[in-house]
Design a protein around this ligand. Structure first.
Ligand code: NDP
Length: 335
């Protein structure tokens, strides 16, 4: 069984007298900095001179250069994008580290796959939110908190876990609960969801769109039926709150009967999906994906750019835009 921690497992007193540096005032950096400050922590923001730095000033911080923030801090949160983190770490963070400092990662990727190797003498811990940056702040303010995967990679001081739990409490994550695991497991679960579960789900969605539009149904009606109405997302949220089996009871008897009797027709898809998922998992675990993504970055970014262009030109994007405008959904609402 996993070890799960809650608010009563930590004390904020552990953080008294410590200075916390937030390196990178982006999605996670901003929300975590605000939460930590609201919990009474002494926070210094380190960011390059860009719009994020101006946001930090507007939020009442006095941002400094990254190396200066690291020099002042006892605890350093590395919150730049993962792909630039090794170079930011080498250039600005590592030269400022002193024995007894704590490095905090929000994703196990760089340490888990050996792209950053912190020196002996510093604690290396992970608080990896299962929540996007905006949600980290919103759930802190609402009091609900957000779950995280957490871990200790290196305990140089003998107090790494105590400090980890106190930071989880201060940032608002222990209110929801935190699961302990090695860095590489957190990174593997995250990458698997992105590289296997997400794409497999996307393929099923595409098959449904093609089946229904091919049968002559208007694309707007198809997209609204499948996901744009919000009914599907609502059912998933109910599944989260009540359990998937229990949320089924919220649907009509016709719906329940149809789902249960037709489900076996799709069981045949599972062996092929499991095999492809297994291959993806193996590439992640062996480090092959991390090596692939670290090499020839410019070519990879060009590939991403072309993939986004192709997706934007695909019929489903046009149908989606038209439907969102027609039903005033999200950004298209004009509100
Ligand atoms: P962002 O993309 O929001 O960027 C964070 C900050 O890093 C920005 O201020 C950005 O400024 C700065 N930055 C970018 N490049 C450089 C550079 N070369 N040198 C110095 N600063 C730079 O990152 P996220 O908040 O999305 O991710 C931070 C960490 O949190 C990652 O480890 C990620 O895996 C993790 N995480 C993210 C989640 C999310 O939902 N976003 C969820 C859970 C974990 P600028 O862009 O102006 O360069």
């Amino acid at each position: 069984m996993a070890t799960i921690y809650h608010d009563e497992d930590a004390s904020l007193e552990t953080l008294e007298g410590l200075t916390l540096a937030i390196v990178g005032y982006g999605n996670q950096g901003r929300s975590q900095a605000l939460n930590l400050r609201d919990s009474g922590c002494d926070v210094v923001v380190g960011n390059i001179d860009d719009d994020y730095r101006r946001t930090a000033i507007a939020d009442g911080f006095e941002p400094v250069e990254i190396d200066e923030a690291c020099r002042r801090a006892d605890v350093i949160f590395l919150l730049t994008p993962d792909e630039v983190m090794p170079e930011v770490y080498e250039a600005c963070v590592a030269p400022q580290l002193e024995p007894g400092n704590t490095l905090v990662f929000a994703h196990g990727y760089n340490v888990g796959f050996g792209l950053i190797e912190p020196p002996a003498g510093v604690d290396v811990i992970m608080v990896a939110p299962r929540m996007i940056g905006a949600g980290v702040r919103e759930t802190f303010e609402s009091g609900e908190g957000f779950p995280s995967f957490i871990g200790v990679h290196q305990d140089a001081t003998g107090r790494a876990r105590e400090r980890l739990l106190a930071l989880c409490k201060a940032v608002g994550s222990l209110r929801a609960g935190c699961i302990d695991m090695p860095f590489v497991d957190e990174a593997t679960l995250d990458l698997f969801t992105e590289q296997a579960f997400g794409p497999a789900f996307g393929s099923i969605m595409r098959a449904a769109v093609e089946t229904l539009t091919g049968a002559g149904f208007p694309p707007e009606a198809v997209l609204l039926e499948l996901y744009l109405s919000g009914e599907f997302a609502y059912s998933l949220e109910k599944g989260r709150q009540m359990g998937m089996r229990q949320q089924h009871q919220l649907h009509s008897h016709t719906s329940q009967y149809g789902t249960i009797t037709r489900a076996p027709r799709f069981f045949d898809l599972m062996p092929a999906a499991s095999e492809a998922m297994g291959q993806v998992l193996e590439e992640i675990r062996s480090g092959a994906f991390a090596r692939e993504w670290s090499s020839d970055r410019e070519a990879k970014l060009e590939l991403l750019r072309k993939a986004h262009e192709a997706a934007a030109a695909a019929p489903q994007s046009r149908w989606e835009d038209a439907t969102r405008r027609a039903f005033r959904i999200g950004d298209a609402s004009g509100s």
